[in-house]
Design a protein around this ligand. Sequence first.
Ligand SMILES: CSCC[C@H](NC(C)=O)C(=O)N[C@@H](C)C(=O)N[C@@H](CO)C(=O)O
Length: 618
Amino acid sequence: MSDTDSEPTYGVARYLAVEHVDSPTFTPAGRLLFLSDASGTPQVWTVDAAGAWPERLTPHEERVSTVAASPTDEAFVFGMDSGSDERDQLFHHDLRTGAETPLTDAPGSKHAWGAWDPDGDRIAYAANREDDGRFDVYVQRVGAGGGDGYGEPTKVHEGPGGWLNVATFGPRGDRLALTKPRSSYDVELSLLDLESGDRRTLSDGEAATYSHLHFDGDGGLYCVTNRGADTAHVGRFDLESGELEKVAGGDGNRSGEPGTDAWDVGALAYDRDAGRAVFARNENGYSAVRAGTLRGTEFEPSASPDVDGIASEFVFGPDAERVAFTHTAPTEPYGVAVAAWGEREATDWTPVGTNGVPPESFREPETIRYGMFDGREIPAYWTLPEGASAEAPVPVVVDVHGGPEHQRRPWFHPTKQFFLNRGYAVLEPNVRGSSGYGRTYASLDDVEKRMDSVADVAAAVEWLDGRPEVDSDRVVAYGRSYGGFMVLAAITEYPDLWAAAVDFVGIADFTTFLKNTGEWRRSHREAEYGSLEDDYEFLKSISPLSRVENVRCPLFVQHGANDPRVPVGEAEQVVEAVREQGVPVEKLIFEDEGHHTTSRENLVEEFEAIAGFLDEHV
Ligand SMILES: CSCC[C@H](NC(C)=O)C(=O)N[C@@H](C)C(=O)N[C@@H](CO)C(=O)O
């Protein structure tokens, strides 16, 4: 804890108990459903109006990861895994009777939610039921009108191996739009004819992303894509010709540098009957919402919800008269907001408390950029605790996000506010390879350029050196998943910079990670990191485990035994190797968790242990 005790401190349990609300979906009658972790794990809840008392609909202990209301019935499907293993099963919940029906009973398989058919009597999804390394497409009857029409999963298409997603049904329910991510920036888009089984590829073979797919009912398919550009925009396929036209957002002229005038568009929602669309532009992490009418390739902007912070997961209510979305900001916990169409004002329908922690004690970040060896600028968020000054310099947590195709954004993060309350400053660099700044920036860490991104972390500490309010002898490397790799790489490459390090579910050796990660995801990860076949020696050479003798700072390692992405063996081997160097290491492995710690109880234990570790060593 820092010496600036200018404000009272609060236990981490209070911060972790600040509810996280997201995943809005409307039933045909206009009931708002969403996920909330108020009970300790995410469950399905509903609320009738802004500020009304919410009602919990699913009674489970395990994490509910997805919820999708039926388009025709007062019912919903939800996905839930076991022990955070990401092997979701799907369930149907009838809101009229409260009946909950398991739809898939294959605990060893992952069922990735796809879509409802417009008639509300079938669902489609992808699953690796037959082969852990291959997702296939399934269609299943789920009982129109809550009847007894629950069918069995019916395989309608066998995938090529690896990931495969169902994006949406066509307007007549006779076809599906599928996406096959070969890598995070190379997605194959195709249409599957459910009557003939024929599949037609729409993507043109050039690496590009395609997401948020919506048929317009007039022979078109809307999407968010970066085809032919550095940033993502709204596009429309003419399904007869297969031609893709740009509709709105983004800018193909972007130089790939942060701060230029073009930003990615995301979170596109579209109501076919009303011809209404809403999406958000990601401007250096902050959202600018754009709403309007969309017919053909003509987007006519209309009044859009004014949002501070981040808006995502837009969904239209009945007749597109309302739009709900997930909202958060640095000092505003995640919640679901609703705006009437054509209005600028959005109302938070799920206001959450802060358990006695004064909201005014939450700290806002400053957006900064720091220079790098190649002349680039690295965007980052910089947040100081209360009382930091040259007279009372503070310790710093350098928090590196995972992915690496991911972006740290100015959302509410309870444990970040917890560390700020304990007097730590927090620096969150979006190092090269991060998404959100164009595909050129995202490719700057691929394979042989991996260690350039680690140099970006070291440069962050150099930037800190120039700050009078920072105690440069008390800088902590901190990161999750790929960010955990970055922590281990930073303390082995630049050992003298760090007072301590915290690695959550991090990669310690790329060769064992790629060998042992879930079979369905290996090729996707090799596209980012390099392949075992072609790059084995290189991957071994850059792996932190190969230079663990350089570690000087105490290390905290956290993992979950059920992690299907970064196997727990990564934690075990790095703990053993660093301990052999005589360096203090603390290990915390949850037998009932996976890549994310999902239970409130475990999270409290985790962060109380980390706070104690940092108090001891920083
Ligand atoms: C349909 S593409 C899925 C991307 C994939 N997601 C999952 C659930 O595996 C993925 O690679 N996500 C990254 C954020 C990820 O897990 N990256 C690291 C860990 O940070 C890795 O495993 O390489």
